[in-house]
Design a protein around this ligand. Structure first.
Ligand SMILES: Cc1cc2nc3c(=O)[nH]c(=O)nc-3n(C[C@H](O)[C@H](O)[C@H](O)COP(=O)(O)OP(=O)(O)OC[C@H]3O[C@@H](n4cnc5c(N)ncnc54)[C@H](O)[C@@H]3O)c2cc1C
Length: 279
């Protein structure tokens, strides 16, 4: 059984350069120009899982990303890990997309290449971190979807054992392909890329698809197709002032109580000191 596995990978700004990121005050979007990107770290776990499944059952691992054209180099790292080919969905019309518009374009990209037996994503991105795209993809593709996968054992396409993490433990699921899964870090340890892998990656198929290449409704893409309305974005003013207070222990405690009261904190709720007034 050869499986077509699509892995959605998001290039995110290199965390080392977060201090250089600014926000466009008009569109409220992140200004990414000039900031180097890396593959969203959890997405490497999704690539690793896809490669392991391919090693077991054969098939193809296809990377899919919606990002600006300069993301090619970043996505190539996924090819260097061992993925077979990559599709970059890139068009000025996609700019300003929220999660709904992003997942719509990704879903149409997956349909364009003939669908997939399995779509893998990370649970959340390191920058947006909404953790919405994977489930939205499942809905657009009309496929079952699971989030937070920490174990996946494909016995055959109709018999898959899946374990997902929940707050205080885990849940076990029985499923069948095709489906969409968002994997957690715990699922595996991504392999390192080798020099050989990097060399091979340069020769692997890399296709850029634009708006015109995909069957898209213009009303659902980019900023115009994004129902998310960011509120006011501003840098909070952080000011600190020190105050040196002298006095007895009791006076200092009284001083703190007055300060807390003045700032609206209901100190009567708390018991100060130990019973019996020892401290
Ligand atoms: C008003 C607005 C404007 C925005 N403008 C832009 C913009 O111009 N450019 C921009 O890059 N972002 C923009 N964003 C951010 C963008 O919406 C999100 O980064 C994107 O929708 C994914 O959401 P997320 O990062 O929270 O993904 P999550 O749901 O946290 O990601 C989960 C997983 O989904 C997959 N995934 C997520 N995004 C992609 C992707 N693009 N390609 C492939 N796989 C993906 C990955 O596997 C990831 O691990 C904007 C957001 C808003 C609200």
């Amino acid at each position: 059984m050869g499986l077509n596995i699509v892995v959605c990978v998001k290039p995110i700004p290199d965390p080392e350069k977060y201090n250089e990121i600014t926000i466009d005050p008009v569109n409220k979007t992140i200004v990414r120009e000039g900031i180097p990107t890396i593959i969203n770290p959890i997405d490497k776990h999704a690539i690793e899982e896809a490669l392991k499944i391919k090693e077991q059952y054969g098939g193809k691992v296809i990377l899919m990303s919606m990002a600006p054209p300069n993301a090619k180099e970043t996505i190539q790292e996924g090819l260097a890990m061992g993925a077979d080919e990559a599709y970059l969905l890139s068009d000025k019309k996609f700019a300003g997309a929220d999660t709904l518009a992003t997942s719509y374009v990704l879903a149409q990209g997956i349909k364009k290449i003939g669908g997939a037996d399995l779509v893998l994503t990370g649970t959340e991105s390191g920058d947006g971190a909404t953790a919405q795209v994977s489930s939205q993809l499942g809905e657009w593709l009309d496929l079952p979807h699971l989030w937070g996968v920490i174990e996946c054992n494909i016995k055959n396409p109709d018999d898959i054992y899946i374990k997902t993490k929940i707050e205080n433990g885990y849940m076990e699921w029985a499923g069948r392909l095709p489906m969409v899964m968002a994997v957690s870090r715990e699922i595996n340890k991504p392999r390192y890329t080798t020099i050989m892998g990097v060399m091979k990656a340069k020769k692997k198929p890399f296709t850029i698809l634009t708006f015109a290449d995909l069957e898209l409704d213009e009303n659902y893409v980019g900023l115009a197709g994004s129902p998310t309305q960011p509120g006011e974005i501003f840098t909070p003013e952080i000011g600190r002032k020190g105050e040196l207070v002298k006095g007895s222990k009791e006076e200092l405690v009284q001083f703190i109580i007055e300060k807390l009261r003045a700032n609206g904190i209901n100190v009567e709720k708390f018991t100060l000191g130990c019973e019996g007034g020892q401290n």
